[in-house]
Design a protein around this ligand. Structure first.
Ligand code: NAP
Length: 246
């Protein structure tokens, strides 16, 4: 039987790379999308192919650019002819003080995190709809719900928009494609590599489990949402934050 195919945006590093490994270990062929970390994407492809006897396709594409996504779509269809599961994971954040926020950066965050999620979904969701099958999982953040962070207020707004987008997409693709949204709290990924140690300790103290998530712990939930066991989970916003007190 043909293997199932997962496409994970922004899977060169961080959570996306862990999600890629989780699906590969469950016998999926994997589309690894990246923007700048080509070496990491290729290394991941080689590792996963060797370890799990599956096929990976690495594609450089900016999710906010229509032409890039059309190109990615063409490459994926030429190689695998379908996508069974789409994970909208790619995202950016640029922390800065309230008074230093500028329009260009604010708009770039919205363009990538919000428009990029829509852009990729629109083109791959159309194929899923034709086949009347598929799963879409958006990665937002508890920052889009109630864990406000002034330095990243533009990022927080973008994640609230991804949550809202999830509801609209679930409605649009019903009843054939379940669309859900995973909202992690802090995760130990490169996104947080420059975090001040003192700040990290303060944040860990707010979490009942007492530490940031490992990206594999988030990947397990994302994978579960793609399985038959999760067939009745649709249009849900699921937080996974270790029990965090705001
Ligand atoms: N880390 C956390 O604490 C945390 C908490 C809550 C939610 N999240 C969410 O979890 C997801 C993954 O976060 P992470 O921590 O793994 O982030 P990360 O380490 O910064 O990785 C981000 C990924 O997105 C890709 N990317 C960025 N802009 C892109 C674009 N325009 N087009 C295509 N790919 C692009 C990057 O590709 P290149 O590196 O190749 O450029 C990279 O693979 C994000 O949606 C994030 O908002 C993270």
């Amino acid at each position: 039987m043909d293997k199932k195919v997962v496409l994970i945006t922004g899977s060169s590093i961080g959570l996306g790379a862990s999600i890629a490994e989780k699906f590969a270990s469950n016998n999926y062929n994997v589309v690894i999308n990246y923007l700048t970390h080509e070496k990491e994407a290729l290394k991941l492809k080689n590792n996963l192919e060797e370890k799990y006897n599956i096929e990976c396709l690495c594609i450089e594409a900016d999710i906010s650019k229509d032409e890039d996504i059309k190109y990615m779509h063409k490459m994926v269809m030429n190689t695998f002819h379908k996508v069974d599961v789409l994970i909208n994971n790619a995202s950016v954040s640029y922390d800065s003080e309230f008074d230093s926020k500028i329009k260009d950066i604010f708009m770039k965050i919205l363009e990538i995190n919000v428009y990029g999620t829509f852009n990729v979904t629109k083109i791959f969701g159309t194929d899923m709809l034709k086949r009347k099958a598929g799963r879409i999982i958006n990665i937002a953040s508890t920052n889009g719900i109630d864990t406000y962070y002034e330095y990243g207020l533009d990022y927080d707004a973008s994640k609230a928009a991804v949550i809202n987008l999830t509801h609209n997409l679930a409605n649009h693709y019903a009843p054939y494609i379940n669309v859900n949204c995973v909202c992690p709290g802090w995760i130990d990924t490169p996104m947080n590599k420059n975090m001040d140690e003192e700040f990290k300790k303060q944040e860990e103290a707010k979490i009942l489990i007492g530490r940031f998530a490992k990206s594999e712990e988030i990947a397990s939930l994302v994978y579960f949402l793609s399985t038959d066991e999760a067939s009745y989970i649709n249009d849900s916003i699921i937080r996974i934050d270790g029990g965090r007190k705001c």
